[in-house]
Design a protein around this ligand. Structure first.
Ligand SMILES: [Zn+2]
Length: 61
């Protein structure tokens, strides 16, 4: 049985429908860029997320 795909509204807020994913192609990275820009940078985003998770994010090389 093929996986049933249920169209969803794109999570970026563009009001378009996806083929089942959270985002249309490219809209996930567009959203991430906007988040990073709004929060002031990746360093700030990491600090924010670590605060919410109450633990450190491990960066693997
Ligand atoms: Zn979108």
């Amino acid at each position: 049985m093929p996986r049933k795909t249920v169209p969803k509204q794109c999570a970026c807020g563009c009001n378009s429908m996806t083929k089942g994913g959270d985002y249309l192609p490219g809209h996930d990275s567009k959203t991430l860029s906007a988040i990073i820009e709004n929060v002031g940078g990746i360093k700030q985003l990491r600090q924010l997320v670590e605060g919410v998770l109450n633990r450190q994010i491990e960066v693997r090389s």
